[in-house]
Ligand binder design. Structure first.
Ligand SMILES: [Mg+2]
Length: 278
């Protein structure tokens, strides 16, 4: 199966529609390296001639929506049909998450992004990689070099105690799943959701929180890309994109806020106010 690995999604709106050649989709900033982190700015045109490896990966990268049967449909994924008795058809209420575990029943659900939030990954070899993940693309093995964001260990460990954490990434499982295996030593992630669980909307992979099967008032999304939570901005705790700054303290600095947030009944009361003040 030809599968590009999406290593971060800038969410700048620059990603092309499914099926398009994919010139603007998260091409990355490293020349000749297919899957570096962020999309180029909206309107940026990729040169017609590209290195072959980049071209292959890039085209795979954003056209998977159609190839993998992703829901290239409307924004919400919300059921539109109601039966005569007012009940939703069974097929329409399938949630992305399984039933909440008894030990998490009182906890808020925190949806956590991967690329540029917890790690930064690249095909470009780096000598300080925390993990090297082999990924097969079109029958060729590629090495993905993964850097952990500073303090990600403390962050994940504590978040896993405070919340029902869910990894939700627009990357492909063949890359993101092994990264999560290595990253999450504490079992913080109760579930993992990948690209196929996103909604492809206006050129971006959006994480539609209404499909999770949790009370929206009790969901928080932690993501470096505002496009990822464009349907639910009031559930978001934005984080700055991270690439390689080893002095970064964003995750550490967020922990006291999450400690407080873990005790609220309704996240909107806090997060909406925070948005208004910021
Ligand atoms: Mg991200």
């Amino acid at each position: 199966m030809g599968v590009g690995v999406r290593l971060g999604h800038g969410g700048s709106g620059a990603t092309p529609k499914p099926g398009s050649p994919g010139p603007q989709c998260c091409a990355g900033s490293t020349p000749g390296v297919a899957l570096s982190p962020l999309c180029p700015p909206a309107g940026t045109q990729t040169p017609a001639k590209k290195p072959r490896s980049r071209s292959i990966l890039q085209s795979l990268f954003c056209c998977l929506c159609r190839d993998e049967g992703e829901p290239c449909t409307g924004p919400t994924g919300a059921p539109l049909l109601v039966e005569e008795n007012g009940a939703l058809p069974k097929a329409a209420v399938k949630h992305l998450l399984p039933e909440i575990k008894p030990q998490d029943a009182s906890k808020l659900c925190v949806v956590i992004d991967l690329d540029e939030t917890l790690v930064h990954s690249s095909f470009k070899p780096v000598n300080n990689a925390d993990f090297i993940i082999p990924v097969e693309i079109d029958g060729i093995m590629h090495q993905v070099y993964v850097l952990k964001r500073p303090h990600v260990d403390e962050f994940l460990q504590r978040m896993g105690e405070l919340f029902e954490c869910v990894l939700f990434t627009a990357s492909l499982a063949k890359y993101a799943d092994p990264v999560a295996d290595l990253l999450d030593k504490w079992g913080a992630f109760r579930a993992r959701l990948f690209r196929e669980s996103c909604v492809f909307h206006r050129g971006n992979y959006v994480k539609d929180l209404s499909r999770l099967g949790r009370d929206l008032r009790r969901i928080i999304i932690v993501d470096n890309s505002p496009a990822s939570y464009i349907f639910h901005p009031d559930n978001a705790v934005p984080v700055a994109s991270w690439f390689d700054n080893m002095a970064d303290t964003e995750l550490l600095d967020l922990l006291p806020f999450f400690e407080r947030l873990s005790k609220v009944e309704d996240v909107y009361a806090v997060l909406k106010k925070q948005r208004t003040n910021s």
